[in-house]
Design a protein around this ligand. Structure first.
Ligand code: ADP
Ligand code: ZN
Ligand code: ZN
Length: 734
């Protein structure tokens, strides 16, 4: 009796057993193939995890699978193993984890073939064959020459029809000889037809980095490429990638945000001759499948993508690169809460190839790995080319009169910059017009009805919007409590600052770049194009603007509010503030023009700020590291957060109390439980949230403990009354 263990997309943390259908040749079955199975009252697509000859379920209760959808595995062994590993590590249901490994069309059971066409290409034997040996078969010889020239790109029917009449019999002869093979040309992958730019000549630090990286190809090594902004990390990637491509291997490049991919793709296509597959959330299902197949079949030399691209199979991986490794968006914050950076390291290790983590502001986790010799650090301490590091100035805004968040010194700085004909970039991490709308007479203020939060006024659309649950309502004209018309908008978001700036500098364009102004497809690109024309203007944005962009004419960067990172309850807030300040500063003076960074703060004496002003990220991170060590926080300990939410506050807390009581029955050394407590924002989207923090000094021990305990939690009666989840290595603590 053959049993298939199948992963099925459901939140249940288990696999399901099915029988092999009668009369099916089981010799062809392999893990990683898709099957169609009955599940409850529906049919669904599952993935074969294993083929075994036993089951805990009595044979007469087992159902046969309805169809085998593939003739060979869509998920190769390495990806299957990675997903299984991730499912165990993050304590997430295997069926849901598996769905991250497949493009939507494959999840729905569509055939694993692109919408491409058949092509013919030369084999290595064919490449070495001499066409003059085919003297008596002129057609074959002509075809052979043409295919040799086309190389691995091959030729499709259309182009063959153009150059030969009646070519099929000759092609079949070449196929029989094994000189030519048929393949499916992926429509997405096109060979670069532009003339390629040549590599830059590297400076000493870059050359050293490239040399050391090359020396590490062919085996696993995690490498932290710590290069200040503008130090030419991308050039290092490009030259290293070329080496890997020359070895006939593929490279996967992960970037934090979809907004950055077009820029990077452009730089890559200008330099690399190989086909590049791009995977990000902006693709439609067919495009995504095609790119996925191109990567998985080895047709794409380079695969560029955001977080979820990590699970794309590669036929012949040679290198992984993760750019801006410190960036939070590599961590998925809901559902399957994996960290793509950490999983990429696991994947590189399984593939026995190196992984490069690039950043100007390494995360403490990565620095800790360097300290423990788990990772090798290479540094690019200086900006490449002509650019010099920007100068910093702290602007003391204590008891200063601010015009909606803008101090006089900052405004003067902007003015001078514009008059020089250059661009100023102002940064405020708060979108909308005003974060609070308040009645001047009775102090009523607009709160979200579903969250413990204020509603932000958006003047453009004349509505109040909750940034936590998305609910909206019109901005009232009079106070709902006392009917006074004396309503005031308190505080400033990007919309309001935009208005102030536009009034103050009527002759210059103010470009606001935040989630609201870039919602429409293509709008971000249009704005980037406008910036790149280089006219003097003010760019005003949220952290979207902090990342990776290259604006040659920006010479002034201003931070309206640097203080929030110094006051936050989240232990990672200061680290993030430092990273943000240096990233934003990195947007200034990247070309020949010198740059200046102005930072408004109420804490001009803060020693951490002063380290950042001196570009001393190493001392800054060292200071934070000491703090973390003393308070026994990551990366020195490991955390997991058990979260619960319910329609009433007591239910979530009670569930967590019971879970804790359960955990207390099996105590373990070095394990600490904190809570349960209500979440910092207890009510969100109408549900009450609470959390229990679990801490242990050893990652592995914590994982094993969790595996046992989470299985118990799953069977708790009170678990059915709440929505609960476990977040291993949480990055945000609310
Ligand atoms: P990073 O990725 O570290 O922020 P980039 O790779 O974007 O830096 O490089 C910043 C700028 O410096 C780019 O305009 C790039 O063309 C230029 N650059 C990089 N390396 C060199 C070099 N060796 N010589 C001259 N210019 C360089
Ligand atoms: Zn009122
Ligand atoms: Zn809300």
């Amino acid at each position: 009796m053959l049993i298939l263990q199948i992963a099925i997309p459901t939140p249940l943390r288990r696999q399901f057993d099915y029988l092999v259908p009668r009369g099916f040749d089981s010799a062809n079955l392999q893990p990683g193939m898709r099957v169609k199975v009955p599940f409850g009252r529906r049919q669904t697509v599952g993935i074969i995890l294993a083929i075994v000859d036993y089951s805990d379920v009595p044979a007469n209760k087992l159902k046969p699978v309805q169809a085998i959808l593939d003739t060979s595995p869509v998920l190769p062994t390495d990806i299957l193993e990675l997903l299984l590993w991730a499912s165990r590590y993050y304590q997430h249901a295997i069926g849901e984890v598996m769905t991250h490994g497949l493009p939507a069309l494959l999840r729905q059971g569509e055939p694993a073939s692109g919408k491409g066409q058949t092509g013919w290409r030369i084999t290595s034997v064919g490449q070495d064959s001499d066409p003059s040996e085919l003297k008596r078969a002129a057609r074959q010889a002509a075809l052979l020459i043409q295919l040799q020239q086309a190389g691995s790109d091959g030729l499709d029917t259309a182009s063959l029809n153009l150059s030969h009449s009646h070519w099929r019999p000759s092609m079949n002869k070449l196929l029989e000889k094994g000189w030519v093979e048929k393949f499916e040309r992926s429509p997405l992958v096109q060979r670069n037809t532009q003339t390629l730019q040549s590599p830059l000549s590297l400076n000493e630090a870059q050359q050293n980095a490239v040399d050391q990286l090359r020396a590490n190809l062919g085996h696993f090594q995690s490498i932290l490429l710590n290069g200040v902004t503008g130090s030419g990390k991308t050039e290092v990637y490009l030259q290293l990638i070329q080496t890997v491509l020359d070895r006939q291997q593929q490279v996967m490049v992960l970037v934090p945000e979809i907004g950055l991919t077009p820029q990077l793709v452009q730089r890559f296509t200008q330099r690399l001759a190989c086909p590049i597959a791009v995977l990000h959330s902006g693709l439609n299902d067919t495009e995504r499948l095609n790119a996925w197949l191109a990567a998985s079949r080895g047709e794409a030399g380079v695969v560029i993508g955001t977080r979820s691209a990590l699970f794309t199979p590669l036929k012949n991986p040679g290198l992984f690169i993760l750019d801006e490794e410190h960036d939070l968006s590599f961590k998925q914050q809901d559902g399957f809460r994996y960290n793509a950076r950490d999983l990429a390291i696991v994947r590189a290790q399984k593939s026995q190839v190196p992984i490069v983590l690039g950043t100007a502001t390494p995360s403490l986790e990565s620095l800790h790995n360097v300290e423990r010799k788990r990772s090798l650090m290479l540094s690019l301490p200086q900006r490449a080319g002509e650019a010099n590091p920007p100068t910093f100035r702290l602007l003391d805004i204590r008891s200063q009169k601010l015009e909606h968040g803008l101090g006089q010194q900052l405004l003067t700085g902007v003015q001078t910059c514009l008059e020089r004909g250059q661009q100023a970039l102002l940064f405020l991490n708060r979108r909308g017009f005003a974060p609070v709308i308040m009645c001047h007479d009775c102090s009523w203020h607009a709160r979200c009805l579903r969250c413990d939060a204020h509603m932000t006024a958006h003047q453009g659309i004349n509505r109040l919007r909750c940034h936590h649950c998305g609910s909206e309502r019109p901005i009232p004209k009079t106070c709902p409590d006392c009917e006074s018309e004396n309503l005031s908008l308190v505080g400033a978001g990007t919309e309001r600052v935009e208005e102030v700036l536009q009034q103050r500098f009527p002759d210059y364009k103010v470009l606001r770049i935040d989630r609201d102004s870039t919602r429409r497809k293509g709008s971000m690109q249009a704005m980037l194009d406008e910036i790149h024309q280089g006219k003097p203007m003010i760019l005003l944005g949220t952290q979207m603007l902090a990342k990776g962009h290259h604006f040659p004419n920006v010479t002034l960067v201003g931070l309206l509010d640097a203080d929030y990172g110094l006051f936050s309850a989240d232990f990672r807030a200061t680290e993030r503030m430092g990273q943000l300040i240096l990233q934003v500063a990195g947007r200034s003076g990247r070309a020949e023009l010198p740059g200046e960074v102005l930072i408004q703060t109420h804490q001009p004496e803060n020693p951490l700020l002063h380290l950042l002003m001196r570009h001393d990220y190493p001392s800054f991170s060292k200071a934070l590291m000491e703090e973390r060590k003393e308070s026994e926080l990551p990366p020195f300990t490991h955390l997991a957060l058990l979260r619960a939410e319910a329609p009433a506050p007591q239910i979530a807390l009670q569930f967590l109390q019971e879970a804790k009581a359960l955990f207390d029955q099996t105590p373990m050394n070095d394990l600490f439980l904190f809570g349960p407590v209500p979440a910092p924002m207890e009510r969100r989207a109408g549900r009450y949230r609470a959390q229990l923090l679990i801490q242990h000094s050893h990652r592995h021990a914590l994982q094993q403990w969790l595996s046992v305990q989470i299985a118990k939690v799953e069977t708790m009666k009170s678990a059915r009354k709440v929505r609960w989840s476990i977040d291993v290595d949480p990055m945000e603590m609310y």
